[in-house]
Ligand binder design. Structure first.
Ligand code: 8YV
Length: 322
């Protein structure tokens, strides 16, 4: 029998995809739910052709340098590629792929959910109820902020930013955006308004939602000054990457009332939260579940398989980033 190409996964994926992978490849993957640590990755035999981390597994330059000689491809599970040292991969001549498109809807849904939950104080009110402290409805109690009709500011108009803008129409929200590239088509089709600068967007938006990738240029894009430029009644939503925001400065801004609240799915130092963040009631905090639905996680795994199948058969993979 012809030998099958060898691949290494840091974590197990959805069962149907694992089954299909095992039919096409010699798969090295953890047997249980505990991901491979770096030492286990480095035990990989020469012969492995593709290394498949997830967006939760850092792939720095020294790990790339230490991968077996035989590795030709890093096929990552997730759309974000900030966990991979792309320059180091390029220097070693490795191809890199990700999984865009398939998680756009779920991530946009999560952003809208965070906006609504934070404006309307869902978490705080639910906690009161579950703690047995609810004395019944009152006309003046438990008041949140109306979301419908408020101005949404989208930072980063990529696939997910677009999907959030489309959803915002259902809430009659005027949408302003700031992005690397201006998108005249979206301005017409979705009625978006372009902001020349981030400062302009921050001054106009009632809700600021972050959808840009994490790069050197966007690290701490939302710093102390940016938070001060937001309206004191505004909310910040982050489903992108934690380090887009200076989390310590955010805690201060939330505590001091410089902004009204924040809905977060991602954190600067995951899985840790900045000191004080978990105690703040004007936040909704989710544990990085933007793409965490059965359907999407399975679709992401199939998408990695498509990239593996193409590259290892000598074709150009659909989602090549390097
Ligand atoms: C996932 C993500 O949580 O795709 C990304 O960049 O951050 C998320 O969709 C992650 O890929 C799971 O490993």
């Amino acid at each position: 029998m012809e030998s099958r190409p060898q691949i290494l996964l840091t974590r197990r994926w959805a069962k149907p995809v694992m089954k299909a992978l095992n039919e096409s490849y010699e798969v090295t993957a953890p047997t249980g739910d505990v991901p491979f640590a770096r030492t286990e990755i480095l035990k990989a035999q020469d012969g492995i052709e593709a290394f498949c981390p997830t967006a939760f597994d850092p792939v720095p330059a020294d790990l790339i340098a230490a991968l077996p000689e035989s590795v030709r491809l890093i096929a990552s599970f997730g759309v974000g590629i900030d966990h991979i040292d792309l320059d180091a991969a390029a220097r070693r001549g490795l191809a890199v792929t990700n999984t865009p498109d398939v998680l756009t809807d779920d991530t946009a849904d999560t952003a809208i959910g965070l906006m609504l939950a934070t404006c309307r104080r869902f978490w705080e009110r639910e906690k009161t109820l579950r703690d047995g402290l609810w004395a019944g409805p009152t006309p003046g109690g438990a008041l949140g902020t109306k979301m419908t009709g408020k101005t949404l500011g989208i930072v980063g108009l990529g696939r997910i930013g677009h999907a959030v803008a489309r959803r915002a129409r259902a809430f009659d929200m005027p949408v302003v955006y700031y992005s690397r590239r201006r998108d005249p088509d979206a301005e017409v089709s979705l009625g978006l308004v372009w902001c020349e600068t981030l400062a302009e967007l921050l001054g106009r938006a009632d809700i600021v939602s972050l959808h840009c990738p994490l790069t050197e240029a966007t690290h701490h894009l939302i710093d102390r000054a940016a938070l001060a430029a937001m309206k004191s009644t505004a909310f910040l939503v982050n489903t992108g990457r934690g380090a887009l925001v200076d989390e310590a400065a955010l805690v201060e801004a939330l505590r001091d009332g410089a902004i009204a609240g924040a809905g977060l799915d991602v954190y600067e130092f995951e899985p840790r939260l900045a000191p004080g963040l978990a105690e703040l009631e004007n936040t909704t905090l989710l544990p990085h579940i933007g793409s965490a639905t059965r359907e999407t996680r399975e679709a992401m795994a199939w998408r990695v398989k498509e990239n593996l199948d193409a590259y290892l058969a000598g074709q150009e993979p659909k989602d090549r980033v390097v």
